[in-house]
Write a protein that binds this ligand. Structure first.
Ligand SMILES: [Zn+2]
Ligand SMILES: [Zn+2]
Length: 948
């Protein structure tokens, strides 16, 4: 067994001092810090908030962790949503970051705008700072003002602030924020405006946390107004023109909404701050350019495209939409792939495919006829890699995936677009203007033309596409891959938080709430603290009730990181007796709110009551199966990287008792040799019996030491690490799952299948321990049975089967030869039944049990024997009737047509067919009417001849 280590990838250190000096200089001179680069502005934001006591966290993945309601992370607060909802906590109360975001549809963005204007993007970065019950309006406003005016040197006289005033007069006006703005040094008090609910009140959903917000806008001067002369345009803040630009939104979460009226707005005990500032936009303001695409976040990418296209500055300017679409989509696709989102047919994967293909099509307009997006992505990686090291780590995957997707698209795009153009021309000719959704979907299903491209092409010809119809068609065709419904709404959270507060007030639960330890013991003995039935707290329950029960601690594992929930039983006993008073079968364990863990199950016996002391026991056999599979998953990942290379990255995982499933990034099917090698290495690691080392570490220290962090997973400041192998670990992962003690506990490991999960993602399923033994024993007994049937030794079964197959094949040939001979005899016999119809010899007859090929051959024999004539033969083969009609060439001139003839015949058996005038064939449904069908031949021939 080879020991391996992974060197941690480190981001380049920034020269913070250099740009601080720059900003100080700018501030001193009162001029905007125009020479700051986009990267410097991003870092300067984070450093400013670090200096105000904020923890700086890395951007969360574009794939929201554990939030199935959301396609992509679309704002900075997504990764903190559970804190605002009270479902979880963080080890810090002040935090700031630069968050990767993606928006492709919906109220905030329309894809059609991307590339056609200065401000819309698919991918963008959101700078944000948060307070979780820590500082509030005064600090948030003061710091925003300081950063913009003093650090970044934006002119104070150009800044405007907006606060909330309810147009319905129900929610109080935010005078608190307004007063703080008025006291900022240099703030022009006439620049303070109030707006209503649409602009200045923030709600996450109909119920739950909400509050007023306050926005900072900048006046870029009358020259920036792009709506001069537009009737009805008022040039002002929120006037929807390019002169007044919203820079920063500060949200003050101060209420919890429990219903639709003012009385349902309850002040939160802990108030929060949530802010967001689009990086591209603020950089365009600081660098004083009139488009996000003219900032240095984009110019290197656009320069790279220009160089590739070999165009002049004038050509670039006259093609600005293709340039911008390619730059925007290329940037978005690179970030998506780095976060494990591969091109595919549904959900996020579809978005990835769609933006790559859309960029490729715009590339064709610039004359690219070879894959080119990898070159564009290289400049994205160069431009962003220092601050987003995942781009550098996934470099090879990004470049290869882009090129392959472009190649895949190129194979079909020309035919697809030609077909689309034909459809559109047809529409135009008929004076219609809308392509149906079904047709648009067929173009996608057949030629891989995403709806967005179909729409682009239709748009260029002034036509429309039925988008709703497309969605309907796609839904109808979609394989059942429905997103799961998020468990636990706002009401549930309120219920459990109420229970938590009550239990803590009564001293039944400590400040740390329910103690969670699935790692050490599989049993616990504790008093039953609370029972919930039908969404309500009750003091007791009866046999047959479905309940949720809470104890001060638990050994049951809550599903996370791919590992499924534990099941088991909870029971109370009579003193000195083994007979349970009551019993609950636990089917699932969940964490519906921070600090609360519930056991869901059914009362199978007795009457559980609050306060009863009970024994909880995890189903130990099942748990051991799960632990074997979890540890084996770690070994499998490490061996896949060893055998296939470091590009292998986890893209999904399921750890269940009966099997493990592991999805990972890799191009192409694994060879049998690679699979054997992986399987052998995992089994070697099992036999080497390495102990597992579990250690809690600082997150950054663990990552620096080379631990693998799982894609899409959320981690706190302290992480649990699982290390296998010593002294150099060959598997070292951040993982909250449960594991065996040493690798020999896993038992045998067998790979069951290897297949594609999505483009560029492979999926392996495997079994371990009892599951593997069952599989091996099952297969061995099948083999033994086969050997017995064959009267062979099990070791010789494969050769015996090959011999049998050989024999079978030559038997088949012999049977076919005999059938033909028989058919020839049958035809000879039938020739005696030829009758004359208006001077034409006609044969119509049924043959026993032959296929269409033999029937056709028989009609050939007929024509070889008869100089002029008509033959129609029918047969029932595999329980379906079918026919062949044939006639000699001279009869075509006399008005006979084999195609028409066969249609008349096949109609009788509920079928149809066709062919040439001299040869046609048909099938049908009803075998019982074969003779009746053949009886149609003579009258049909007669009427055709008579008609001539
Ligand atoms: Zn204007
Ligand atoms: Zn794990």
């Amino acid at each position: 067994m080879t020991k391996k280590t992974t060197a941690p990838a480190r981001a380049k250190k920034t020269t913070a001092a250099a740009h601080k000096a720059e900003a100080a200089k700018a501030a001193a001179s009162g001029q905007p810090a125009r020479t700051m680069t986009g990267a410097q502005i991003r870092r300067s934001f984070l450093e400013y908030f670090a200096s105000q006591g904020h923890t700086i966290v890395p951007s969360a993945s574009l794939v929201p962790a554990g939030d199935k309601s959301l396609l992509f992370t679309n704002s900075g607060m997504v990764q903190f949503k559970d804190v605002f909802l009270g479902q979880d906590t963080r080890p810090y109360t002040r935090v700031a970051d630069s968050q990767k975001c993606m928006r492709v549809a919906g109220k905030h963005n329309d894809l059609e705008d991307v590339g056609r204007d200065n401000i819309h993007h698919t991918f963008f970065e959101m700078l944000g700072n948060w307070s979780f019950g820590d500082y509030y309006k005064r600090e948030a406003i003061t710091w925003a003002w300081q950063l913009l005016t003093e650090r970044w040197g934006l002119p104070k006289a150009s800044l405007w602030a907006t606060c909330f005033e309810d147009e319905k007069g129900i929610i109080p006006r935010d005078d608190e924020a307004a007063e703080i703005w008025r006291t900022q040094p240099g703030f022009d008090v006439s620049h303070l405006l109030f707006f209503g609910r649409k602009d200045n009140f923030w709600e996450m959903a109909e119920l739950g946390p909400c509050g007023p917000d306050s926005e900072l806008h900048i006046d870029r001067g009358p020259g920036y107004c792009d709506k001069q002369g537009v009737p009805g345009h008022v040039c002002r803040v929120n006037g929807d023109c390019a002169r007044f630009v919203e820079l920063w939104n500060l949200v003050f979460i101060q209420y919890n909404r429990t219903g639709p009226t003012a009385a349902d707005l309850q002040p939160l005990p802990k108030k929060h701050v949530d802010t967001g500032m689009g990086l591209d936009r603020v950089v365009s303001v600081i660098q004083d350019v009139d488009s996000n695409y003219k900032t240095d976040l984009f110019t290197p990418i656009l320069d790279a495209i220009q160089k590739l296209a070999g165009q002049t500055a004038e050509e670039r300017e006259s093609n600005f939409t293709p340039y911008r679409v390619i730059a925007d989509h290329g940037r978005g696709a690179a970030f998506l792939i780095a976060d494990g989102v591969m091109p595919g047919n549904t959900g996020r994967n579809y978005v990835c495919r769609m933006i790559i293909r859309r960029a490729a099509r715009f590339g064709a307009k610039l004359g690219f006829n070879e894959p080119f997006l990898a070159r564009v992505a290289e400049s994205v990686i160069e431009n962003y890699g220092a601050d987003y090291p995942e781009l550098v780590r996934s470099r090879e995957t990004i470049l290869r995936t882009l090129t392959q997707e472009e190649q895949r698209f190129q194979r079909t795009v020309d035919v697809g677009i030609a077909n689309l153009n034909a459809l559109l021309s047809d529409l135009a000719e008929h004076g219609e203007s809308m392509l149906s959704g079904e047709e648009a979907f067929n173009l996608y299903a057949t030629y891989g033309l995403p709806l967005e491209i179909t729409r682009d092409v239709a748009d260029e010809r002034g036509l429309k596409v039925d988008v709703a119809g497309f969605d309907l068609a796609r839904e109808t065709h979609a394989e059942a891959s429905r997103t799961e419904i998020n468990a636990g709404g706002a009401e549930d959270v309120a219920l459990y938080r109420g229970i938590l507060q009550d239990l803590q007030a009564k001293g039944l639960l400590g400040p740390d709430a329910v103690e969670y330890d699935p790692y050490n013991e599989l049993e616990f003995e504790e008093p039953l603290l609370a029972i919930v039935r039908d969404g309500q707290r009750v003091t007791s329950a009866r046999t047959g009730d479905k309940v949720e029960v809470i104890f001060p601690r638990t050994s049951f594992y809550v599903a996370s990181g791919g590992q499924v929930t534990d099941t088991g039983a909870i029971a109370a006993f009579r003193p000195n007796s083994d007979e349970p008073l009551w019993e609950i079968q636990v089917s699932e364990v969940r964490r519906p709110a921070a600090g609360i863990i519930i056991h869901l199950g059914e009362v199978t016996r007795g009457t559980p009551r609050e306060g009863d002391v009970a024994l909880g026991a995890v189903d130990a056999d099942r748990r051991w199966d799960i632990m074997r599979n979890h540890t084996a998953t770690h070994l499998l990942q490490s061996e896949l990287r060893y055998v296939l290379g470091d590009h292998v990255r986890q893209a999904g995982s399921l750890v269940a008792p009966d099997r493990l499933r592991f999805d990972f990034t890799h191009q192409g099917m694994l060879t049998q040799e690679q699979l054997d090698k992986v399987s052998r290495s995992v089994n070697d690691a099992v036999l080497a019996n390495y102990p597992l080392h579990i250690e809690y570490m600082e997150r950054q220290a663990a990552i620096d030491a080379g631990a693998t962090a799982l894609f899409g997973e959320k981690y706190g400041a302290t992480v649990r690490t699982v290390r296998i192998g010593e002294p150099e670990p060959f598997s070292f992962e951040l993982c909250g799952g449960t594991h065996v003690v040493e690798t020999a506990d896993i038992g045998p490991f067998v790979i069951v299948s290897e297949e594609a999960a999505a483009a560029g993602v492979r999926r392996i399923e495997a079994v371990t321990g009892r599951g593997a033994l069952d599989l091996i024993h099952g297969r061995l007994s099948v083999l033994d049975n086969v050997a017995t049937y064959l009267k062979a030794n099990p070791a010789e079964v494969d050769r015996r089967v090959l011999t049998l197959l050989d024999e079978h094949q030559s038997d088949q040939k012999e049977i076919a030869r005999l059938r033909r001979e028989l058919a020839q005899h049958e035809l000879d016999a039938l020739l005696h039944t030829v009758t004359d119809v208006l001077g034409v010899p006609v044969l119509a007859g049924a043959i026993q049990n032959v296929d269409a090929d033999t029937l056709r051959q028989m009609t050939d024999w007929f024509r070889a024997r008869v100089p002029s004539g008509v033959v129609v033969l029918g047969s029932v083969f595999e329980n379906r009737p079918h026919f062949v009609a044939s006639l000699t060439d001279d009869l075509v001139a006399r008005g006979l047509d084999a195609g028409r003839l066969i249609k008349a015949v096949a109609k009788v058996v509920g079928g149809g067919g066709g062919g040439k005038p001299t040869l046609a064939q048909a099938g049908g449904k009803d075998p019982s009417r074969l003779a009746e069908a053949l009886a149609q031949v003579r009258p049909a021939v007669e009427s055709a001849l008579a008609a001539k």
